[in-house]
Design a protein around this ligand. Structure first.
Ligand SMILES: C[S@@+](CC[C@H](N)C(=O)[O-])C[C@H]1O[C@@H](n2cnc3c(N)ncnc32)[C@H](O)[C@@H]1O
Length: 263
């Protein structure tokens, strides 16, 4: 007998257990109000992921980016399609996108995803993308069912499995915290809905520079002595003047559900 776990129930329980309460849309919007201005500076570039998506978007006439944020992916992808909708519930994240001067065929839509999925004025698009935007939605079944309905040709979900950076991974291990497995959960959820996603791990690189060892250790916040922490980080470090260049690779998990036929 195989034991079927309820991925949707597990997801809801995890989302509701988050102390910040960001499953409440007003809390999430307040979070992004604080972060919006600095979001881009704290994010790694994703050249390989963008190239992969651009290739998959060939021939698509429209793209809906759900939780588009500051347009980190929307803008580099916009040139690949003729019509783009950037949907986000945070006015502050969309204000950053707007300030970048998006092309006229990129339509900004400030709306809660749950409302958008019930809104007949939001038409289906050839491709729908959700990149790191489902994490605090309690109703994953409703969200994915709605996104599958809105996607005429392709649905793309991007997420992490695990946290990526060596220092945060070690910090979690030492604290006995389990590795986050959101990408795996999304894959199981799509499978439960009868969709068979292609699952790719796209390698990307992250690099931070620090003027000195103290600044590096302050960022890493490892519960170890300075020498031990430095020894752990050393394989990822290159000396630079008095300081360090800290580089690591991580995987973006891309789930692609092909729907309908391609031209
Ligand atoms: C982690 S950011 C990712 C932004 C962008 N996709 C990227 O990869 O840079 C998550 C974005 O999703 C938006 N978001 C989260 N929950 C949402 C919801 N229920 N409805 C609409 N937007 C939502 C947030 O406002 C935020 O801009």
């Amino acid at each position: 007998m195989t034991l079927q776990t309820d991925v949707f129930g597990e997801w809801t329980a995890e989302v509701l257990a988050v102390r910040s309460g960001r499953w409440q849309p007003e809390r999430d919007r307040a979070f992004w109000q604080e972060k919006a201005a600095h979001y881009d500076a704290g994010q790694p570039p994703l050249p390989n992921t963008v190239a992969w998506l651009r290739e998959r978007l060939t021939g698509a006439a429209s793209l809906l980016d759900v939780g588009a944020g500051t347009g980190r992916l929307t803008l580099p992808l916009a040139g690949a399609v003729g019509r783009v909708t950037a949907l986000d519930h945070s006015p502050d994240m969309l204000a950053v996108l707007r300030a970048k001067g998006p092309p006229a065929y990129l339509h900004l839509r400030q709306q809660e995803l749950a409302d958008a999925l019930q809104d007949p004025t939001l038409p289906p698009h050839d491709a729908v993308l959700s990149a790191w935007s489902l994490a605090y939605l309690p109703d994953l079944r409703g969200a994915l069912t709605g996104l599958l309905r809105l996607a005429r040709r392709d649905l793309f979900l991007l997420e992490d499995d695990g946290v990526g950076s060596p220092h945060v991974t070690l910090r979690r291990q030492l604290a006995g915290q389990p590795r986050p497995t959101r990408a795996s959960s999304l894959r199981r959820a799509l499978h439960a809905l009868g969709a068979e996603p292609e699952h790719l791990q796209i390698p990307e690189e992250r690099e931070l520079t620090f003027p000195d060892t103290a600044a590096l250790l302050a960022q890493a916040r490892l519960p170890l002595g300075a020498a031990e922490a430095l020894a752990f980080l050393r394989p990822h470090l290159t000396p630079e003047g008095e300081g360090w260049r800290y580089r690591w690779t991580f995987d973006v998990h891309a789930l692609h559900v092909p729907l309908g036929t391609r031209p």
